[in-house]
Design a binder for this molecule. Structure first.
Ligand SMILES: Cc1cc2nc3c(=O)[nH]c(=O)nc-3n(C[C@H](O)[C@H](O)[C@H](O)COP(=O)(O)OP(=O)(O)OC[C@H]3O[C@@H](n4cnc5c(N)ncnc54)[C@H](O)[C@@H]3O)c2cc1C
Length: 401
């Protein structure tokens, strides 16, 4: 656990060790199979549920296991992603989905929808933010929800929701959906509503799963169509103004976890390269013993260690209980987003260098580097990508309109 340095509290080490051992034993031997079928993913996820990972991060009042700290949680994200970042994404989705309801103490949503996730039975969750006209639109703080086109109208005691969501992980297979909508685009932050919609609600239908470059079966992505979907008004996370803050906090936390997911990929690739280049020779010496290649490997390691230190230091700010503002406030959101942008740039460099150091063997499926590159790439693109990400990092210093 020395990789996490002094950031990781002593009491978190046993959990991290058990996750790492699980990944080495149950994921590493089958990691290419996870790229080939949903069944292989479900088998691993089932074992992670038994290990208690589904309830990790959910409120203990409903049977969940509280996280020791944000530092601990993000380190768990890295360890899982070192095995497979699609599986890591799916295992952390329940916390992402129910985070707003937990912060809002929405008893009805937590009892009815979150409690089942605290059992040893497998359950599936989806947080639907992206829309066809632009995934980044809803995530851009300067637009204050005004670009959202999924509309929720209050009729008596029910929300009536109409719109389309595109891409969300878990779409078409989840039991419960968190749908980001607006009650009125002209109301800005006040109009933003996060509403929980259970599968099977009349008017809720799905497109076909998307055919993707990476996370091919570990994350199921599809369109979600909402056609006069009706749910009780209590299924809204909180209320006007509050839902916007809850959504921003969830996005900020999600981006911090994405930094850890990216570095999990990079760490795995570094390990593959160090092993491979010990047993490949030119001019009578192992590739990694030549100073040119050793310097390339050093750059990869330095990038990974600095990106890890960056996300852990932001995680420690999240743990400082308000000393740096609200998790969804501009300061912490900028830091979490900056950590994600940097971690993704580093991981891209690490994957490219790995292929150069391994030649054709880096490019072929046998050594798994190409899978890590394909899986990682969407982490860089989602939650606003590197461009909106950079703007948000700047926004923690000064307003960007
Ligand atoms: C495997 C996978 C899993 C996903 N999981 C989820 C999920 O769980 N939930 C969910 O809601 N969505 C999810 N998504 C969707 C993902 O978050 C979006 O695709 C992403 O946010 C980008 O949106 P877009 O593709 O529509 O790009 P666009 O929004 O069209 O962006 C195009 C380009 O413009 C840039 N850009 C756009 N707006 C701005 C701006 N205001 N400032 C600066 N640059 C900008 C972008 O960075 C990008 O370079 C997932 C997608 C995939 C493929």
């Amino acid at each position: 656990m020395e990789r996490y340095g002094t950031f990781l509290p002593e009491e978190s080490k046993a959990l991290l060790t058990s996750v790492r051992n699980f990944v080495d034993r149950e994921i590493m031997p089958v990691r290419m199979q996870l790229d080939e079928s949903r069944e292989a993913c479900e088998e691993v996820i089932g074992k992670l549920v038994k290990l208690g990972m589904q309830r990790y991060g959910l409120s203990p009042k409903y049977g969940g296991t509280p996280i020791g700290s944000t530092v601990e949680y993000t380190a768990v994200c890295e360890e899982l992603a070192r095995g497979d970042s699609g599986i890591a994404t799916e295992m952390t989705c329940p916390e992402w989905l129910f985070g707003p309801a937990m912060r809002a103490r929405n008893k009805i949503v937590l009892e009815k929808f979150m409690q089942p996730f605290c059992s040893d039975e497998r359950h599936t969750a989806c947080l639907a933010l992206s829309e066809p006209a632009g995934g980044c639109n809803g995530e851009d703080p300067s637009q204050h929800g005004s670009a959202l086109r999924t509309i929720a109208r209050l009729e008596g005691d029910e929300w009536v929701i109409n719109g389309t969501k595109r891409w969300p992980g878990g779409a078409s297979v989840a039991e419960i959906y968190g749908v980001l909508c607006t009650t009125d685009p002209s109301q800005g932050d006040e109009g933003v509503a996060l509403i929980y919609v259970p599968d099977g609600t009349p008017g809720l239908t799905f497109g076909k799963p998307e055919n993707k470059m990476g996370m091919r079966y570990s994350d199921v992505n599809a369109d979600i169509y909402l056609d006069n979907v009706r749910v009780p008004k209590e299924y809204r996370a909180s209320g006007p103004g509050e839902d916007w803050k809850l959504f921003r906090a969830a996005l900020s936390f999600g981006r911090l976890c994405s930094a850890a997911f990216a570095i999990g990929n990079a760490q795995a690739v570094l390990e593959i390269v160090i092993d491979y280049t010990a047993n490949r020779f030119y001019k009578g010496k192992a590739v990694r013993e030549h100073s040119l290649q050793a310097a390339m490997i050093a750059d990869m390691a330095i990038g990974i260690e600095s990106a890890r230190a960056y996300y852990l230091s932001v995680a420690s700010m999240f743990d400082a209980k308000g000393a740096f503002g609200d998790p969804g406030g501009q300061y912490l959101a900028g830091k979490a987003t900056g950590a994600k942008v940097y971690a993704c740039d580093v991981t891209e460099m690490v994957c490219n260098r790995a292929m150069e150091l391994m030649g054709a063997y880096g490019y072929c499926k046998e050594y798994h580097v190409e899978k890590y590159l394909r899986d990682f790439k969407i982490i860089q693109l989602w939650e606003g990508g590197g461009q909106l990400g950079r703007l948000e990092a700047a926004m923690s210093y000064y307003p960007v309109p």
